[in-house]
Ligand binder design. Structure first.
Ligand code: NDP
Length: 340
């Protein structure tokens, strides 16, 4: 049964940033690392990506407190070839690694037409759109993916082996925000299932299985069981691809290996990330933007259709005040005082 709507509290984006940075630094992150995470959290709340905003703070803090994540990380970027970079995130949260690698990746892709960075020893707990949007904003096509903990069973089975394995893709557009697709390859991101469980909401059948392997719409039961891939065997195949791209291809672990070395503190595990950048100027020649814009015009002219990313861009225009789950906010304020 649906719980009564949880009470919300109004808070500005500036306050979200200040609070997020404060709680990170109180728990041992330095200014640079605290700001990188606070920016990610604030941008998620700004865009309505609520399952990857303040909701993640208790997990970030658990990982700092347990010593799993280095809140003073200074990632190291190594140039393997003019277009291949390897970033050792030094056991830090992913947003700090992005600060150290995206500008070199962009420069390589603009000069040579493409670039790739393998990020190792990072702890990703956020949405993926910020990385690719940043590439799209510079006229580049972007792709990224990460694996996670084994919560998703391949099609036909009930034993989890895949992470929720999201990927994101950005297409640059002249004088406007890039078109960005950002999606988990599970039927639903675990953060969304956890929020539905918290709020007593049902989720669609096919989202996952209970701990006893039964299909259920009960989010709380799925949170204790397994998720299923989106789109049956096709989603299962894409989840498999992400395991390989964000694992051995970048010198990192599969989701099941990630779990084996994780301390289960509830914070993000250590894993890898692949980020690719492609230059349509160099690959496609002069007409790519016009041709794509004509396609988008036709696409959006279809009744009932919108581009992926449009919801977030609309939310982004919605002033400086956000409504946030009051209990969560109180918890984060308590965490700034080392009180759980
Ligand atoms: P959604 O299913 O909500 O959305 C997936 C994509 O589809 C988005 O680009 C979304 O755009 C678009 N979309 C949704 N509805 C429509 C529509 N009606 N028409 C056109 N496009 C649409 O996302 P998920 O629940 O799969 O993932 C949520 C987030 O979780 C992602 O940001 C992902 O990166 C993150 N995640 C992170 C993990 C990690 O380990 N760090 C693990 C798993 C997930 P829009 O945003 O505009 O709605």
């Amino acid at each position: 049964m649906k719980n009564p709507a949880p009470p919300n509290k109004e808070i500005s984006l500036d306050e979200i940033f200040t609070l997020s940075k404060k709680v990170m630094t109180v728990h041992g992150a330095n200014e640079e690392n605290g700001e990188a995470v606070a920016e990610t959290v604030t941008n998620a709340e700004r865009d309505g990506s609520v399952s990857h905003g303040l909701f993640r703070i208790p997990g970030y803090i658990k990982a700092l407190d347990s010593g799993k994540v280095n809140g003073n990380a200074k990632p190291v970027l190594e140039e393997i070839s003019p277009v291949i970079m390897r970033c050792d995130a030094q056991n830090g949260f992913a947003p700090i690694a992005h600060k150290y690698c995206l500008s070199s990746l962009k420069a390589a892709a603009k000069k040579y037409g493409l670039g790739a960075v393998s990020i190792q020893r990072a702890h990703h707990f956020a949405a993926l759109w910020p990385e690719v949007e940043s590439l799209g904003n510079e006229g580049l096509v972007g792709f990224t993916c990460v694996s996670y903990l084994p919560w998703v069973a391949p099609i036909g089975g009930s034993t989890p082996i895949f992470g929720t394995n999201p990927f994101a893709f950005a297409w640059p557009r002249p004088n406007q925000n890039p078109m960005v697709i950002d999606m988990a390859t599970s039927s639903m991101a675990m953060g969304e299932v956890q929020i539905a469980a918290r709020d007593g909401l049902d989720v669609p059948i096919g989202t996952g299985l209970s701990a006893s392997g039964k299909l259920t719409t009960n989010a709380a039961e799925i949170a204790k069981g397994v998720l299923l891939p989106f789109g049956g065997h096709k989603g299962s195949a894409i989840a498999l691809m992400v395991e390989l791209l964000a694992g051995p291809l970048v010198g990192e672990t599969f989701s099941y290996e990630t779990a084996e070395r994780d301390n289960s503190d509830g914070g993000p595990p250590q894993g890898g990330q692949l980020i690719l950048a492609l230059s349509p100027d160099l690959l496609g020649g002069i007409n790519w933007a016009n041709q794509a814009e004509q396609f988008f015009d036709k696409f959006e002219a279809i009744e009932g259709v919108r581009l992926p990313g449009a919801r977030r861009y609309k939310n982004r225009k919605d002033g400086n005040i956000r409504k946030v789950n009051a209990e969560l906010l109180e918890k984060i304020v308590r965490l700034t005082k080392h009180d759980r």
